[in-house]
Design a protein around this ligand. Structure first.
Ligand SMILES: C[S@@+](CC[C@H](N)C(=O)[O-])C[C@H]1O[C@@H](n2cnc3c(N)ncnc32)[C@H](O)[C@@H]1O
Length: 338
């Protein structure tokens, strides 16, 4: 069974969470925690015993479904889900008809028979929820389980900017379930799929965790297959990477990033702001260069209150050949005064 951290996701804070959690617990006080650029959701997951109320947000459709699969506190029947998954795994995938996934991604991102089964499962999930054979929570569990199962075997180096050019991709797909999380009775969670700057104007919390993209690499383009399979609108695809038309292009990946970041910080209604960032702006590859400098972050945060900075050398997931010497991860913690 999959946990939230069983994902290949660029910028995931999973390996840093013990350090980050201790910094937050030592320097911030409060009962509610806001994870505004939540990505995999591992930050919230790691802090699930520490607060009463949680708000989790990311503008990607696949991430929203994954948060609902793991964290939405609604009822589901695990035995029923296990039987459904077992029945899909016993299908003879070679005999299935071609479908959107096999036609577009077969022999590229997935083995062609695996692709048929992935497309078949996705189509059936949509039918099953419409016909009330599964409830909403069961749908989110089964769909996020499909996303995790796909991600585990995709013929890529971790994201979907390209697939590996190999003949005969091995059939490796197995449909496995995620393991949903149970909160305590007094705990609450709100799940959003919104632009962070818009959402920040509408909500409030004690502690905000801010982990925006660091460079020009757009998450919606990196994870387009997970987005496509989640939305299931079967769009036309372009280029060798088979991406749909652009959407959710983040301002944090553009030169406007410092202004957008300042706007966000000014609109936050919180007592503490925790920002993580890394110093990739020294790197030679232009797509890996930081869009906001550490100096800019500090200046913006200092306008809101006293800010402490912590750092840690960190080797992070990088698909290309970029050379990250002296790579460091930074955590800024601001006690809001103004
Ligand atoms: C560095 S990752 C976060 C990683 C996360 N903390 C984790 O540990 O998995 C940045 C996230 O911000 C999201 N994002 C980028 N721009 C956004 C925006 N304007 N509004 C909401 N989410 C955004 C991306 O989809 C991506 O998941």
């Amino acid at each position: 069974m999959f946990n939230m951290y069983n994902r290949r996701y660029t910028g995931s804070k999973y390996k840093l969470m013990e350090w980050i959690r201790n910094l937050i617990l030592d320097n911030c006080k409060g009962k509610s925690f806001l994870d505004l650029f939540a990505g995999t959701g591992v930050v919230t997951e790691f802090m699930l015993n520490d607060y009463k109320d949680y708000i989790i947000n990311d503008f990607l459709y696949s991430n929203e479904v994954i948060y609902k699969g793991f964290l939405l506190q609604e009822s589901y029947d695990m035995n029923k889900l296990m039987k459904i998954v077992e029945s899909y795994n016993s299908i003879n995938r070679a005999e299935l008809d071609e479908n959107y996934v096999s036609i577009n991604f077969g022999n590229k991102y997935f083995n062609s028979y695996d692709a048929k089964l992935i497309g078949k499962i996705r189509e059936e999930l949509e039918k099953d929820v419409k016909e009330n054979k599964i409830n909403n929570k069961e749908y989110y569990i089964l769909l996020s389980s499909l996303l995790f199962s796909i991600d585990k075997i995709a013929n890529t180096c971790g994201h979907y900017d390209a697939y590996r050019k190999i003949d005969n991709i091995e059939s490796r797909f197995k449909y496995d379930l995620i393991l949903p999380k149970k909160l305590n009775e007094n705990q609450t969670i709100e799940i959003y799929r919104e632009d962070s700057n818009e959402l920040s104007k509408k909500i409030k919390a004690d502690i905000a965790f801010i982990d925006p993209p660091y460079n020009s690499r757009q998450y919606s383009r990196f994870y387009h297959i997970l987005e496509n399979i989640t939305k299931w609108e079967k769009p036309e695809l372009y280029g060798t990477a088979l991406k749909p038309k652009e959407e959710n292009m983040s301002e944090y990946c553009k030169t406007s990033a410092p202004k957008i970041f300042e706007d966000l910080i000014n609109n936050l209604n919180v007592k503490y702001i925790v920002v993580t960032y890394n110093n990739t702006y020294n790197s030679k590859s232009s797509s890996s260069k930081n869009k906001i400098t550490l100096k800019e972050i500090l200046e913006i945060l200092e306008k809101k209150g006293k800010t402490k900075i912590f750092d840690k050398p960190y080797k992070f997931f990088n698909a290309g050949k970029t050379d990250f010497k002296n790579h460091k991860e930074y955590v800024f913690i601001t006690k809001v005064e103004k």
